[in-house]
Design a protein around this ligand. Structure first.
Ligand code: PLP
Length: 437
């Protein structure tokens, strides 16, 4: 048994031995020790309470310690926690597939239950590539990709990140090359301009015979820049993909399950993708699980070549505990007034973050659904800004120039007010001190 550490020792050990996301062993950032999490509140060791503005990166839509999800996990644990999915199946997976088929547009009928978002995208890419191999066009192996996107951290998904601000430069010699177009230029809510489709039109015109698919995050580009674009782009992109016979892959790993105000972000445009990836909020943020859904046409075509095998099969595929959590989370979401809650959060974010619009150092404030973004002109220094948020009693984790909020849907209006007040306070302090520096 390792010795029980006090909080200081725990933090010291963590700093020396544990990598956190995108962190350095030479210059580790402070990590804050969580002792409890309930509803929309994180409590640190030592007793500090923080209003959660992050939903643990889009996932904890119902907040923490959700009775229904915990009960489903306990019930499943008493049966079995995991069995291989090769040659075996189980009720949690089948019942999850039933729910996903009911929840998503009718053409999406075939489901791969993956173990994380990045892997769900990898599977989507394999589906698209194997589809074209089966159709006798293996040269269709490139992707059309929007700049400013993010689809994961594995090698195939890194190759889809923006070549200028993603991880391309570091790994450029190992990554396959794809065809990029600028991010959609018309923001959500702005007047539509048809000519904004020209870059995609030209790309498809020139390269469609090498393209397997267009991959995009519908309407909301998340970790690549927190940018919201006009849903008409999606409608036009669907039509162009149909015209040039290019598959459309929608990565809704961040946006799925209501975050943008619709159940799927594709619903803003009434568009159905050929391949859809979901994850994150799928289990209400309790366990890692993601899913790749596709149509009868893609599934039967790719299954018609050779052995007809989709070449993927991770050890923890369709983990029964994760599937049980997902079933409970989906039921809870659909029973809840999630749409009104998201609208209420949207109104609260709009009101609460408005003062940031005129502050020094702020480039833009954007709100869509339960997502609020304050884009700064310069990248913020996490070492300086993070303690300020803690002082304000809010959990907000900026990246680069982006300070953003996406609280759990169960957050109370007063807590949204407190969260946005905290952000306004920190942005004003931070911006004015930055201008003095
Ligand atoms: C749109 C999108 N796709 C894929 C991923 C990767 O998911 P994961 O971190 O579960 O691998 C993310 C994660 O942030 C995402 O936002």
């Amino acid at each position: 048994m390792p010795p029980t550490l006090d909080t200081e020792q725990l933090l010291e050990f963590d700093k020396r031995h544990l990598w956190h996301p995108y962190s350095s062993m030479a210059h580790p950032l402070t990590a804050y020790p969580v002792a409890a999490a309930e509803g929309a509140i994180l409590t640190l060791e030592g007793g500090t309470s923080l209003i959660d503005g992050m939903s643990s990166w889009w996932s904890a839509i119902h907040g923490y310690q959700v009775a229904e999800i915990n009960a489903a996990l306990r019930a499943q644990i008493d049966h079995f926690s995991h069995v291989m999915f090769g040659g075996l199946t189980h009720r949690p997976a089948v019942e999850l597939a039933q729910r996903l088929i009911a929840l998503t547009p009718p053409p999406l009928q075939h489901i791969f239950l993956a173990d994380s978002g990045s892997i769900a995208v990898e599977v989507a890419l394999k589906m698209a590539l194997q589809y074209w191999m089966a159709r006798g066009e293996p040269e269709r192996c490139k992707l059309a990709v929007l700049r400013g996107g993010y689809h994961g951290d594995t090698f195939a998904t890194m190759a889809l990140a923006d070549p200028d601000n993603g991880m391309h430069t570091l790994f450029q010699h190992q990554l396959p090359s794809h065809h990029f177009i600028p991010r959609p230029s018309i923001p959500f809510g702005a007047a539509w301009e048809e000519r904004s489709m020209e870059p995609l039109q030209q790309l498809l015109e020139q390269h469609h015979s090498q393209l397997a698919a267009l991959i995009l995050e519908p309407v909301v580009q998340g970790a690549g820049g927190m940018y919201f674009y006009h849903p008409k782009f999606l409608q036009r992109a669907r039509a162009l993909c149909d015209h040039y016979q290019v598959l459309l892959i929608a990565d809704e790993i961040a946006t799925g399950f209501g975050r943008s105000g619709e159940l799927l972000a594709c619903d803003h445009a009434g568009v159905v993708a050929d391949i859809l990836c979901i994850g994150k909020a799928l289990t209400g943020g309790t366990l890692s699980l993601a899913a790749t859904l596709t149509t009868e046409a893609v599934a039967t075509t790719l299954s018609s070549q050779g052995s007809g095998t989709l070449m993927h099969g991770p050890t923890f595929m369709a983990n029964p505990l994760a599937c049980s959590a997902a079933n409970a989370s989906i039921d809870l979401l659909l029973r809840s007034p999630w749409r009104q809650r998201v609208q209420q959060i949207e109104a609260g974010l709009r009101r609460g973050l408005a003062p940031c619009r005129s502050m020094a150092g702020v480039k833009e404030v954007r709100i869509l659904g339960a997502i609020g973004v304050v884009e700064m002109r310069e990248a913020v220094d996490l070492n300086r800004i993070q303690p300020l948020f803690i002082e304000q009693g809010v959990w907000v984790r900026p990246f680069g120039r982006l300070i953003y909020l996406m609280p759990p849907f169960v957050i109370e209006p007063q807590a949204v007010e407190a969260l946005t007040r905290g952000v306004v306070e920190v942005v004003s302090t931070f911006a004015s001190s930055a201008t003095r520096d």
